[in-house]
Design a binder for this molecule. Sequence first.
Ligand SMILES: [Zn+2]
Ligand SMILES: [Zn+2]
Length: 272
Amino acid sequence: MTDSIDVLDRDGRRCVNCDTALTADRDPDASVWDPGERHSGAEMVTVCADCAALLDGATPAWRDRLAGDPAAGGMGFLRTVTKTQGSVVADIAALATETTGGLDDDDGRREYRDGRRRSALGLAVVDRHLAAAGVDRSALDPLGTDPSADEYAVSEPVLADTDLDRATVEAFETVLNTATALQRQLRTVLGLVETAVSVEGRCHVCLESILGTEACPSCGTAVRDADQWRDDTGELDTAGLYRAITSHLETASETTTQLTDQAASLADRLAV
Ligand SMILES: [Zn+2]
Ligand SMILES: [Zn+2]
């Protein structure tokens, strides 16, 4: 069990997503996001009131602005999502490098745990913004989508009812599609990185030893299934797993480049 105060101190009492300093009167328990609800410090992360509310289902500020000023609301969405997703891309790329290099020293292990927490938070935040922009929840559910699908349904196109021109609305939907695809690719890379940690005998969340257990004795996380990476004799194909990490990371990097271009052209349209 971890005290919320320990988590706040570790994170310097700043929101790990947006870097806002916590106000002194903020309730420590309400300032901690605990995705696994296992009350493990390895997973719990400091969030400000706005980010906590967003994760809890509150409507993002940009969405409220859409009715009065659709261009400003659209720009707000674009800025927030590209910034947050950009950080997740960098964090997951660093996690992949640290993991393939072996997590041998304390610094590397701390960076892995910090990076993994930031990535999980960033992915969850971007999910909330994409859902608020009309992306189908099933497309954001890591288990609910066909991995080969590259088009996702936008069930409620939030810009369609505004006075923005058709080409701008379409540019917005293109960004939504690509950002949703990138979420999925990033989750795939993160899952593979976690599997690589797991096959080395460590919990992919807290990095304690999990040898011979089904759930981490320290944080309670279920041990990742690596059967997919074993051959008929039970031998692990570690090289194949690392190759998959590299190849999926390349795909995510190409998608990031594509998204950057699409976001720039949407920003141009919204600015005029
Ligand atoms: Zn925040
Ligand atoms: Zn653990």
